[in-house]
Design a protein around this ligand. Sequence first.
Ligand SMILES: [Zn+2]
Length: 476
Amino acid sequence: MPKKTIVIVTLVAVILAYALPASAQRKGRRMKQVDLLVLGGTLVSMDKERRIVLDAGIAVAGGRIVAVGTRREISGAYAAPQTVNADGRIIVPGLINGHTHIPMTLFRGLADDLDLQDWLTKYIFPAEAKNVSEEFVRAGTRLGLAEMIRGGTTTYCDMYYFEDAIADETAKAGVRGVLGETIIDFPVADNKTNAEGMAYVARFVQRWKGHELIVAAIAPHAPYTVSEEHLKAVRAFSESTGAPIVTHISETKREVDDSVKTKGASPIDYLSRIGFLSNKVIAAHVVWPSDEELDLLKKAGVGVIHNPQSNMKLASGVAPVPQMLKRGLLVGLGTDGAASNNDLNMWEEMDTAAKLHKVFSGDPKVLSAEEAFEMATIRGAQALHLETEIGSIEKGKRADLVIVERDSLNQIPLYNVYSDLVYATKANDVETVIINGRIVMSDRRLLTLNEQEIKASARRFRDQVTRSLGTPGSKP
Ligand SMILES: [Zn+2]
């Protein structure tokens, strides 16, 4: 190399050595400070354009997503004390379990392979009468929360007793919930009369008002267990407080037949006539609606939660989900309680939903993997009336993010991301979970719950439930 060239190269190197850090510093001063960055990986946004970003970046501040883009865009504009590396992984919106009874994890496997009425009246209701206490509910909730976080569920909609204790455990674990205190026309564990139940709900809704994770709701069990007068009071309560209404509607053919016999109308028709339906209602199941009833739900803006595995296990029937989607109804997915499923795994629920409707209709095109994934994310958010807050990875929404491994044998090789997520990914492929900007699971380590303690207390309750029913306790 001639001397002159060497001098020039040296000069350039010296200039670069001084100029580059200076420009980075100048840039650094312009960097916006946020709480958390997620960098790398394939982002499946579920926004309106269904944008997928390769080598993505997300900036999070104050529990919300402040920017979504490529890694380059985000790391060039934002700085944070904490960065999650999502290289080689898939980032999806937190999954939404639209219907469950979380403490029923403690009844998992107590009674299987029975009709809904036998299952409810011979096993579940007696087991609940003898065992459900605040302590039971708290233990079952912690078990369910741990299972849900491990499976990438960041929001769930619940209906049970002692819902205030459920809300307390849920908030402590850093999980998001639409939590409904049950109203039912017989004495239950926490409230003996309708007046007590309504008073409980009023305190409950007041207490959690404005909380960033908890939406307190009122949950009339079903139109066949709550009188017309009490249903009307529930509707009035929802109207005056803004609390959502969580309920079961049209779960079995028998419910519809009984309703026609006793009330002269099928359940949705009846609820419409008494003025119960509204855009605050979240209705689980809806397995046996007529076309006219689907129109009533659509008109009222009711959210519907499809629970394919529970409906299959109890042989309740197949909800007309493709027809609901065609009509533009708000349809999400749920697991139902663990006693009728028997897990809280939304990956299985998506997979089952997509396949059940194919085999039932004889048409493999009737419900796509992408639609099943929508029902567990953005459509689920719509069904819970929370679509402005959750369900997609977009600027302004809550930072509920799930980072999924894409290196498991069951995922390789990858051609289509929705196909991979719905048909191949399993709950144990979830690595890291962020809810409201807080990391609640990091590299499969639960950060807000004590797994060993949860397992031990669940086993203690299993022994108690077994003794209470006088059944010969099986100890597997
Ligand atoms: Zn249910």
